[in-house]
Design a protein around this ligand. Structure first.
Ligand code: IPE
Ligand code: IPE
Ligand code: MG
Length: 227
């Protein structure tokens, strides 16, 4: 029996370079990236992962050229429902982390509906980071804590993060060759294993999922102790 991480965060990077390499506009890379995601997501759950957090759009990504941001929002609006259909029979609870006020109203409506429809599901979790930044998330939690006017312990603080109720983050996968977290789940990453690959996101196949999970399986997670 393979030993799978319970919660995997994925930084889906490299769409733009995938397109540029082929002489295509960047947006074609984003299209290909979404197709790939819809294709492999069921496989990730089949491999025993319970919770997937996807970095889809960062707080910094909104400073890209307006045309790209606009097209990304359109792509999102077209594919959010598709993504959830893919996991509909899998008893998966859907959530979004990030400041959704920025998102177009139809996307916000779809998110609301999906969150409501799946709120009692328990088989697994799909958590999508949209207009998300870990620094914003931590600040938001601190501000909520300040309003409570009481000192919080670690458990109480983690309940103020977007990931409240989700399993602890075990593994972060980043495609596209960069070895940084780019403001993704900084608090939750405290003891996550980190897997970086040069594969560009639209090329991330089931075989690449296996490589990442095999890497995880070989780690010795000491959590600061002596084994
Ligand atoms: C990641 O791919 C997707 C988003 C950030 C929305 P990029 O668009 O960052 O692709 P590269 O890094 O430019 O290749
Ligand atoms: C991180 O990728 C964000 C997403 C994958 C959504 P970026 O392409 O935005 O990260 P940087 O700019 O290389 O750090
Ligand atoms: Mg990038």
């Amino acid at each position: 029996m393979k030993y799978s991480p319970e919660h995997v965060g994925i930084i889906m990077d490299g769409n733009g370079r995938w397109a540029t390499k082929r002489g295509l506009p960047r947006m074609m890379g984003h299209n290909a990236g979404v197709k790939r995601l819809i294709k492999i997501l069921p496989y990730i759950y089949e491999r025993g992962v319970k919770c997937v957090s996807l970095y889809a759009f960062s707080t910094e990504n909104k400073f890209r050229p307006a045309e790209e941001v606009d097209n990304l929002m359109k792509l999102l609006s077209k594919n959010l429902q598709k993504l959830s259909d893919e996991i509909a029979d899998k008893d998966i609870k859907f959530s979004v982390m990030g400041d959704t006020d920025f998102l177009p109203s139809d996307v916000r409506e779809t998110i609301k509906a999906l969150t409501e429809q799946t709120k009692h599901k328990q088989g697994g979790y799909l958590n999508v980071a949209l207009n998300y930044g870990a620094q914003d998330e931590i600040l938001r939690a601190v501000n909520l804590a300040v309003k409570k006017r009481k000192e919080l312990n670690k458990q109480e603080f983690s309940e103020l993060l977007y990931t409240a109720g989700l399993p602890a983050l075990d593994l972060i996968i980043r495609t596209g060759g960069e070895k940084r977290l780019s403001n993704f789940m900084l608090y939750q990453a405290a003891y996550a294993e980190l897997y970086f690959t040069d594969i560009l996101w639209p090329d991330f196949t089931e075989k690449e999922v296996d490589k990442a999970l095999d890497f995880y399986e070989k780690r010795n997670r000491r959590f600061g102790r002596v084994d």
